[in-house]
Design a protein around this ligand. Structure first.
Ligand code: ADP
Ligand code: MG
Length: 263
């Protein structure tokens, strides 16, 4: 799969905004309505992530990590502020536009995987390709099996999500997220349910995508995993307390302990 990580915005996207970054948030605030009144989950977050960067988002439970990913993915809208991913003002897309844009540009691994329960592992990966239509139909099965092999799940290709463990579902979700070789990969605790050898393999797979020019952001509680990315973005009570752009792309610097065979 060779496609430049940027390029013309998908048809129908709000393309009026140009950002030099792969991901840029400007003064993003997110309030949730609760019984006790509004709760501020993100507080004027400014954040820039470069193309080819591999960043870790860290912070305590409740600090706003998943909310931040949801803003970038267009799963939820900010109460105030702007979210740019590539040329697209994500916060201005309507629901239909968001679905199309997300399918083409983004790979997401949710905290609770969200595989479709009525589809097998390989069908979950195939569906992502069918939805976007970028991988030619006659190559989809081979690509799905290759991706499942890369996450060590080829043998479970025909199993339904309910028949495999949480860690295995997570690996299928990662294969699905990679299905369309997205320019931006977001993953909420992608190694959280994995043993250390499998976590390493998944890390290497994600690192390989960043080294190929894709932009990768993961939420992690694992300090060792975080330390092997380009940059750690710290969230405390909905604020980014340390999210400096270090100016280095992943291919200019090899994370320590990383074995270059991944992807
Ligand atoms: P993290 O992923 O860092 O654990 P979240 O982004 O999930 O944190 O949540 C940040 C804060 O926002 C938490 O206090 C959480 O309870 C609150 N929150 C998240 N989603 C909602 C929601 N839909 N309604 C109300 N409060 C929410
Ligand atoms: Mg979370």
């Amino acid at each position: 799969m060779s496609r430049p990580p940027s390029g013309p915005p998908p048809r129908g996207s709000k393309a009026s905004y140009k950002s030099p970054f792969a991901i840029e948030l400007r003064k993003v605030t997110k309030d949730y309505e609760t019984g006790a009144g509004p709760f501020r989950a993100l507080r004027t977050v400014d954040l820039q992530i470069r193309m080819g960067e591999f960043v870790a988002i860290v912070g305590r439970s409740g600090s706003g990590k998943s909310t931040l990913l949801n803003m970038i993915a267009g799963i939820d809208r900010p109460t105030a502020g702007e979210v740019m991913v590539g040329h697209t003002r994500v916060d201005q897309l309507d629901e239909g536009e968001t679905a199309v844009w997300r399918g083409r540009r983004l790979g997401i691994v949710f905290q609770f995987f969200q595989l479709l329960p009525t589809l097998t592992a390989v069908e979950n990966v195939l569906l992502a390709m069918d939805f976007v239509g970028r991988v030619p139909p006659n190559r989809r099965m081979q690509r799905a099996m290759d991706l499942l092999t890369q996450v060590g799940m080829a043998e479970a290709a025909d199993k339904f999500p309910a028949a495999i463990s949480g860690g295995q579902q997570q690996r299928v979700a990662i294969a699905r997220a990679l299905a369309n070789d997205p320019a931006v990969l977001l993953a909420d605790e992608p190694t959280g349910n994995l043993d250390s050898a499998t976590a390493d393999a998944v890390f290497n797979l994600l690192h390989g995508r960043a080294a190929a020019g894709r932009t990768v952001a993961i939420v992690t509680h694992d300090g060792e995993i975080a330390s092997r990315t380009n940059r750690i973005i710290h969230l405390v009570d909905g604020r980014v307390v340390d999210g400096r752009v270090d100016g280095r792309a992943v291919d200019s610097r090899s994370p320590r302990g990383f074995d270059q065979t991944g992807g």
